[in-house]
Design a protein around this ligand. Sequence first.
Ligand code: TPP
Length: 373
Amino acid sequence: MTEHIQRVTPEPDMVQLLTPEGQRVEHPDYPLEITDEQIAALYRDLVLVRRIDSEAIALQRQGELGLWASLLGQEGAQIGAGRALRRQDMAFPTYREHGVAWCREVDPLVLLGLFRGTNLGGFSPYTHNFNNYTIVIGAQTLHATGYAMGVVRDGAVGTGDDDRDTAVLAFFGDGASSQGDVNESFVFAAAGNLPVVFFCQNNQWAISEPVTTQSRVPLYRRADGFGFPGVRIDGNDVLASLAVTRKALDDARNAQGPTLIEAFTYRMNPHTTNDDPRRYRLASEGETWKLKDPIERVRAYLTRQAGLPASFFDELAAESEQLAEHIRSGCRALANPTAQSVFEHVHVTMPPELREQRDEFADFVASLQEATA
Ligand SMILES: Cc1ncc(C[n+]2csc(CCOP(=O)(O)OP(=O)(O)O)c2C)c(N)n1
């Protein structure tokens, strides 16, 4: 670390609509009309998605999953963004967007299959308008930008038809913002005024690399250099995430071009279940962020301001238990893929050479089984 590097602002200027204490606050640029019932629905999403995450970690620890990338602490950013999408919009995730997958109605068991190694993604992107998880850092921003080019060519922006106009939402992390792919996608999105919203979850760490060594300026200000708006939100505030993403997606659908949203948040768990953050993070950092928990503030609002009865929370706890059971038993029951399945889903119609290779491989596997019988 050289001394000339300027640190990012410690207390960033960001859009916030719900404080960590659960107080609603207004922002002049992002008014949000939302009922208490709708806030309760967001709370349900947050709680159930956190449960999916904690069950997945437990399953990994029991040897049922090879790996899991936890979203603990990032639920608010993801549910707000996910619930801002319209049916026809397309979202491009990394490998940590379990909350967005939830909003796009992807069965959590399908996600678990990827981390168990029983599927290679497991769902059709076009069924859910949610692309498969991308492990290659930043690559999906190019896919999203290319998709947005297609949207323009289909004449599906700026028509004024709410069911036709389409936006694209690309997720990536603070580490990914250092990648060439992300910067190239910014250039193309700006040059083509494309209907794409870049949603960066700045969880402060790219595995062990802090964001402060990667950027001299807050990440949302990168957008300035490309000529489109950048905005920083309190990434632990589901309402801010909803309001700002909704506005950015509206702009995109109305042919106003791209926006960069930086959700300022924190990855409370290790990068993946293979990582040990005690080697590079101070425990005190995690303690500070616990006070900004994205779920607790909504709960505080719902109990103190909205006056929701205890029965609401009891019913949600019961639903959470049921979901956990679905995940535990469903994960163990996931069928192992056959050796030949690696040949599937590559082409719509399998070419003859590939069919030949598959059959040869099948004979080889059978011969091994005979030899060991
Ligand atoms: C092109 C590429 N380079 C390196 C890696 C290894 N890698 C996996 S995750 C990661 C850090 C990503 O950090 P960030 O973009 O901040 O996302 P986060 O995991 O924190 O959500 C790296 C370098 C990779 N998967 N792809």
